[in-house]
Ligand binder design. Structure first.
Ligand code: GDP
Length: 430
């Protein structure tokens, strides 16, 4: 087994940091392939907390190379800050931290547009870090790629073209248009720490796979936020599904050996958009408090609700999941009963599918199970209380996704590994 994709199977924030950390213990290379500084992982280094937004969480493991792939959008300022923080902690000694020279650069005008839009009536709840406008420029073919940091004239020419396009938008939103000189001077402050790390990361990933090294592709956000497969238009601007690892890291589908989907034992969502199993009562509040469901980038309270199995089946399909890592089971401990959405009632009848294009008219059909007591001490499935075990079995059976990992607490030890994705044999012909 050499290439594993780990991907959010819900609306993001599924506890990726912990699970990626466990899987990267055996990885030689960790690659982020989509999104930008709108992701956020809290890393704990010797009791010291550090939030990384761009750099993969694999950075905590001394042996893994960390790559930022070409499907990402990178803010050079955020990247430089993260590099400095990691250097200060001695985490970048003798290791590769490489950035694709084809990843698109987030520039101050992207952040400005994102912020101004979020102040208006058309706000969708972005993290205001310029991610959406940067991907707009990429699709409009006026984006500036990280490689432009090597060439001041190219950078300047690109900024002028993009600014001319954004100026009317910025003005119409009530903002002031920055000067091209100002933008370039700002960005060039970060050249020193970034340029030496720029490379064709796709080639490096390909070499690593060919050499039989273990490569982990770390997805950002979750399948239901994917620009193609998510709850459009309340989605992110990039490919948050497993297929995004191919375009975003620069490898072909035959190179991927396994895909693991992450899901919490309940559901959360940040920002606007449909969320049929949402709880707006005391139970929802309890889950938010117990689960620490506040955005790691924005601090915003997350919306909370019951687990949605039709949504998980949908995530299985669009990602080709080989199985799931189920997290935060402990957060539901102590509830007298737990509900789980198993189907939807729609105007056309009951369905086990996720009616993603008509969620407003779909009503969840719940199954109610007895609750359970503490589970955070469980170290094998056999240690779980019977009702917790029944819940896990139901999720596995109804989603059609075998269990790879069960997380029963924030600590690393509070983890039950049912199956190791690195043990899956390499795909023939890959
Ligand atoms: P991520 O960005 O996908 O890692 O997700 P979050 O921003 O929601 O961060 C995960 C938070 O949940 C971190 O503080 C973890 O320590 C914590 N966490 C991860 N797994 C578990 C779990 O199984 N139980 C509990 N109670 N907390 C967990």
């Amino acid at each position: 087994m050499t290439a594993v994709v780990i991907v959010g199977a819900q609306w993001g924030d599924e506890g990726k940091g912990k699970v990626v950390d466990i899987y990267t213990e055996a990885a030689d290379m960790v690659v982020r392939y989509a999104g930008g500084p709108n992701a956020g992982h809290t890393l704990v280094v010797g009791g010291d907390r550090l939030v990384v937004r761009l750099i993969p969480s694999g950075i905590l493991r001394p042996r893994s190379a960390c790559l930022l792939g070409q499907g990402m959008v990178v803010d050079p300022e955020t990247l430089s800050t993260e590099i400095a923080e990691l250097e200060r902690r001695g985490l970048l000694v003798d290791r590769d931290l490489l950035v694709s020279d084809r990843a698109h650069m987030i520039l101050p005008y992207h952040v400005l547009v994102d912020t101004l839009r979020e102040q208006g009536a058309s706000a969708i709840g972005t993290t205001k870090r310029g991610v959406g406008p940067c991907y707009e420029d990429k699709a409009a073919r006026v984006g500036i790629r990280m490689g432009a940091l090597r060439d001041a004239a190219r950078l300047r020419a690109g900024v002028e073209v993009a600014l001319a396009r954004w100026a009317p938008v910025i003005r119409s939103l009530g903002g002031g248009v920055p000067a091209a000189d100002e933008v370039c001077a700002h960005v060039r402050r970060f050249e020193g720490s970034v340029v030496s790390r720029l490379t064709d990361t796709g080639a490096r990933v390909d070499e690593a796979i060919s050499a039989g090294r273990r490569v982990l592709f770390e997805g950002a956000q979750g399948a239901l936020l994917d620009v193609d497969h998510g709850t459009y238009p309340f989605v992110t601007s990039s490919s948050a599904v497993a297929g995004g690892a191919c375009t975003g890291a620069g490898v072909g589908p035959s190179r991927i050996d396994a895909v693991v989907g992450l899901t919490k034992a309940y559901t959360t969502r940040v920002g606007g958009g449909p969320f049929p199993t949402e709880l707006e009562d005391d139970v929802g509040e309890l889950i938010r408090r117990r689960g620490g469901e506040f955005g790691s980038v924005t601090g915003r309270p997350r919306r909370t609700g019951w687990l949605d199995l039709p949504a998980l089946r949908y995530a299985r399909r669009v990602n080709g999941l080989d199985g799931i890592a189920l997290t935060k089971l402990d957060v539901l401990s102590g509830l007298s009963e737990v509900r789980v959405c198993v189907a939807y009632r729609t105007p056309a009848g009951e369905t086990r599918d996720f009616p993603i294009d008509d969620l407003a008219r779909a009503e969840p059909v719940y199954q109610t199970l007895p609750g359970w007591g503490p589970v955070d001490g469980a170290r094998s499935l056999g240690d779980l209380p019977a009702s917790a075990r029944a819940y896990v079995d139901l999720v596995v059976r109804e989603s059609g996704c075998p269990l790879f990992l069960l997380s029963v607490g924030p600590d690393r030890a509070a983890t039950i590994v049912a199956r190791d994705p690195w043990d899956i044999p390499r795909r023939a012909g890959g």
